[in-house]
Design a protein around this ligand. Sequence first.
Ligand code: ADP
Ligand code: MG
Ligand code: MG
Length: 247
Amino acid sequence: MLKITDLHVAVDDNAILKGINLTVGAGEVHAIMGPNGSGKSTLSATLAGKDDYTITKGTVQFNNKNLIKLDADERAGEGVFLAFQYPVEIPGVSNKLFLRTALNGIRKYKGLQEIDRFDFEDLLAEKALLLKMPPHLLDRSVNEGFSGGEKKRNDILQMAVLAPNLCILDETDSGLDIDALKAVSEGVNALRDGNRAFIVVTHYQRILDYIKPDYVHVMVNGKIVKSGDYRLAKELEEKGYGWISAE
Ligand code: ADP
Ligand code: MG
Ligand code: MG
């Protein structure tokens, strides 16, 4: 599904990603861990097509398309979804309208008609129930005044409604209490299937107790320096990141 080859990314002439190689197959869950400032958010944002990030070298293939050539809207249309580390508030735009507009944007990209309003209501109700999302949050402005946990859950609701192929979660677990973490993880697990892939970026091993990854990668200083399975996450939790940098 996704093949990243020797990816170098700079921000304002500062090299941040320094040769990332990563292959993600359909249905797989990859965790990316690493110390603060190692480039995890830069990688996530680069994949989603955020500007300000200059790709200085390397390629990114997504379902056999050159992802780098597509703008952020087109990437969303192709099925790439990023849940931000810091979800944005959009005062004055209802959550429901936002979700419907986003879904219709993707449908338009795919050459589909706008979703029927009643069908959308049904879809939203089904997904909100799945994610145990209180219905009143759907009528509020996007994320405005939401608690940290509600914002993250709202991000997962967006993901459920948009049904992307590649879901990138950038530290969705940070700042969540244990109940919110469980709710978010259950939401993610409900969306796991043989076609959808996940990149779960996290600083801590804890979320990986709930979202079991197939692969764990460690990023240090703009590179993936070690890859393994779930046991690597456990090892990091016990020993920290220092030993990897030393290695
Ligand atoms: P992580 O998510 O692993 O904590 P980031 O990708 O956020 O790391 O940041 C990696 C490095 O790139 C950091 O040193 C950070 O200061 C720098 N960086 C990220 N975004 C910008 C930016 N917009 N301008 C300047 N430096 C940035
Ligand atoms: Mg980050
Ligand atoms: Mg910009």
